[in-house]
Write a protein that binds this ligand. Structure first.
Ligand code: 8YV
Length: 330
């Protein structure tokens, strides 16, 4: 029997593609160029499965052009790049990589929040420009993280891991807003208080966004929301671009309506809204919150585990839509 063919849509660890090659005919993308929609569709011809990242969009048109496709395995926890309804309608399995990146992403989210609060990027740029000629009592004066109120929008796994760092490591009061309230046994160890979104915006000293992107969370933070925040507050986004209205944020930062922001994700990335590049009080990183060697390895391994299981009749470890299982034969 011939082996199923799969596409690995982006360059990943050689160990990952070698492992997949023990099970499948693998087409790789060692140039790591992001395929256009038409190229991706053409590359998927004859493939039973694909290994993708957040950069590849999987939609109804692509699935219809490739009716033989049975599994789409994302190397990311967020899966707004995959039209899950379209997968469900066609019996295509979609998988993601939860859990393995939670602590690493929380570390980075916390680091970004601290950088914004203590003006690390802004002061580093000043130093590099050679402008540091003397000490001054109010030079890059920021706001404390310890003991402050940490506001979390989106209290999933990563939100809770950030809350844990704040509550247990930095003595912060944690408030959060989420679609649903956590059970008391999860709130209690964090001392976390569930609040409405407006209260979250009004009370947080440091607001961290960890909410998945969807039509419902599009521009969840725009001009009206920023207007509710304290002028001394910071905003950190490690969720997805599009959750924040970047133009509105740049205006709020420029006018010092909030103190500072830290963004790892951008609407339309890798493009960055030009206004964000010219405001001083912001830390900008290129979507690297999960980027440690161990975590990226674990994410790649889990995506590969899902693909191997899906196409060999085993149970995929982290399906998004398990209701499509068992998969039809190719
Ligand atoms: C990935 C992420 O690096 O997992 C996610 O949802 O945003 C990041 O960890 C990115 O999506 C690449 O697939």
């Amino acid at each position: 029997m011939s082996r199923p063919a799969v596409l690995v849509a982006r360059k990943v660890f050689a160990e990952t593609t070698d492992r997949l090659a023990r099970h499948f005919e693998v087409e790789r993308n060692d140039d790591d160029r992001i395929f256009t929609k038409a190229e991706l569709s053409a590359k998927l011809r004859g493939k039973a499965g694909c290994f993708v990242t957040g950069s590849e969009r999987i939609d109804a048109e692509l699935l219809d052009a490739n009716p033989q496709l049975r599994a789409v395995c994302n190397m990311a926890v967020g899966y707004n790049n995959i039209d899950v309804d379209a997968c469900n309608a066609r019996g295509v399995l979609a998988t993601n990589t939860p859990d393995v990146l939670t602590e690493t992403t929380a570390d980075f989210g916390f680091a970004l929040m601290m950088s914004a609060a203590r003006r690390m990027a802004e002061s580093e740029h000043y130093l590099r420009r050679g402008e540091w000629t003397r000490w001054a009592y109010d030079m890059f004066i920021g706001s404390d993280v310890h003991g402050a109120t940490l506001g979390i929008l989106g209290m999933g796994r990563i939100g809770q891991a950030i809350a844990r760092r704040g509550a247990l490591g930095f003595g912060m009061q944690v408030i959060y807003h989420n679609r649903s309230r956590l059970p008391p046994e999860q709130e209690a160890p964090l001392g976390a208080r569930y609040v409405g979104k407006d209260e979250l915006l009004r009370e947080a000293d440091h607001l961290v966004l960890v909410v998945p992107y969807s039509a419902a969370s599009h521009h969840a933070i725009a001009a009206a929301e920023l207007a509710l925040m304290k002028p001394s507050a910071t905003l950190t986004n490690v969720a997805r671009g599009g959750v924040v209205d970047d133009a509105a944020l740049a205006a709020a930062l420029r006018e010092r309506r909030i103190a500072a922001a830290a963004l790892d994700v951008f609407e339309g990335e890798p493009q960055v809204h030009p206004d964000l590049l010219t405001v001083p009080n912001i830390v900008l990183t290129p979507h690297i919150a999960s980027a440690t060697v161990a975590t990226r390895r674990a994410m790649a391994d889990l995506a590969a585990d899902n693909l191997i299981a899906a196409l060999t009749g085993a149970a995929p470890p982290t399906p998004i839509n398990p209701q499509v299982l068992p998969l039809r034969p190719s």
